[in-house]
Design a protein around this ligand. Structure first.
Ligand SMILES: NC(=O)c1ccc[n+]([C@@H]2O[C@H](COP(=O)([O-])OP(=O)(O)OC[C@H]3O[C@@H](n4cnc5c(N)ncnc54)[C@H](OP(=O)(O)O)[C@@H]3O)[C@@H](O)[C@H]2O)c1
Length: 338
């Protein structure tokens, strides 16, 4: 099978398409024929080996897993002996080990049936960004109807899900974006939009019950000023250009700063898995949430897709289409023969 692999850390040039053997599956895993994969800033970070502090986890000198990509949507090709939820032929989405490939192994508890209304690319856009947004807004923020919510970085992968989930929970949502994305966030339901090129929300005098910060471009003390006296801040962002620690220093600083007063801090690491994917599917089926799709790249251009997301200005989600052109050719040929 074809896969996008890397032997060393670095910029997009370290990635190349290679012909490798299909992954073997464990008893609790399924083999997926990948139809689409999603791109996240984390994929760019692992490709780059940043921040350095994470290398014991990624692999010290080279990545332990050579194939990048986790977000996936595809068709079950084979199942392990202990798999009970899925059968061959099921269309699913979730997390796999190395989704920038024609086939990938995924644990049964890391996938769910693909929402019927979504294409494979739409479904591959959902897992990580959708789950971070859901866990930030619903689980950590416990956002309720009528609360004032602000999403900084509202036009990116996580932000576009967070705006829609906060609206579904009945909140009054303010989205912070650049000029070119004002209409985009209005279209997905934001009640108020702040153009960060013209206005600094931490200096407006307005306060919010919940702030999800996907960017980290303001100091924690500035963010506290925009937070209601009992509000919660989820400091989710952290560009990986801080090569040593990324957002590590900010997390420690926040823990100290938020010990005083009644505002709370909601640092968290996303928990991927079946239950969360089912909750997102419910919201998608109810028409309350839909992935916002940015650009789609073929598998052969995944390195460019990683660069696009790594630059930090994605609009919604970037996806990789795997095999669709080849399959379209086969379908066309079959039609011609028939
Ligand atoms: N907690 C966790 O477990 C977890 C899991 C995954 C990711 N994350 C983190 O979440 C963050 C966001 O991820 P993502 O997937 O949403 O990223 P993304 O899709 O790359 O989006 C980044 C967004 O930030 C916006 N932005 C850049 N500068 C801005 C500024 N000064 N003010 C407001 N918005 C600005 C960009 O919009 P413009 O183009 O308009 O600038 C873009 O829409 C990342 O730092 C990632 O590491 C955390």
């Amino acid at each position: 099978m074809q896969a996008l692999v890397q032997k060393t850390y670095g910029s997009a040039e370290v990635m190349h398409i290679a012909e490798i053997v299909k992954p073997e599956i464990a008893d609790n895993e399924v083999l997926l024929r990948v139809r689409a994969a999603g791109v996240n800033p984390a994929d760019w970070a692992i490709m780059s080996g940043l921040p350095y502090v994470a290398r014991p986890v990624y692999g010290l000198r080279q990545p332990k897993i050579a194939i990048r990509g986790t977000d996936v949507a595809g068709v079950v090709e084979a199942i392990g002996s202990a798999v009970t939820r899925f059968s061959v032929g099921d269309e699913v989405f979730g997390s796999a080990k190395g989704s920038y490939a024609q086939f990938a192994a995924a644990a049964e508890d890391q996938i769910a049936r693909k929402p019927a209304s979504l294409t494979f690319e739409g479904a591959a856009a959902v897992p990580m960004a959708g789950l971070v947004a859901l866990q930030a807004v619903r689980d950590h923020g416990k956002v309720r109807a009528g609360q004032k919510v602000l999403i900084n970085g509202a036009s990116g992968g996580i932000g576009t899900f967070a705006v829609q989930i906060a609206k579904a929970l009945g909140a009054e949502v303010t989205a912070v974006v650049s000029t070119r994305n004002v209409e985009l966030v209005r279209a997905i339901g934001a009640d108020h939009v702040i153009d960060y090129t013209k206005e600094d929300f931490t200096r407006s005098g307005l306060q919010y019950d919940f702030i999800l910060d996907n960017v980290s471009n303001h100091s924690l003390s500035d963010l506290r000023r925009a937070l209601a006296p009992t509000g919660m801040l989820v400091p989710n962002g952290g560009r990986f250009d801080k090569k040593w620690m990324a957002s590590g220093g900010r997390i420690v600083q926040g823990k100290v700063m938020f010990r005083f007063g009644s505002q709370t801090l909601g640092n968290f690491l996303v928990k991927m898995g079946h239950e969360g994917l089912l909750a997102l599917t419910e919201l998608i089926d109810a028409g309350q949430v839909a992935p916002v799709l940015d650009r789609s790249f073929p598998l052969s251009e995944t390195a460019q897709a990683l660069d696009h997301v790594g630059a930090g200005h994605a609009r919604g989600k970037t996806t990789i289409a795997v095999d669709t052109a080849a399959e379209r050719r086969v379908v066309t040929l079959l039609r011609e023969v028939a």
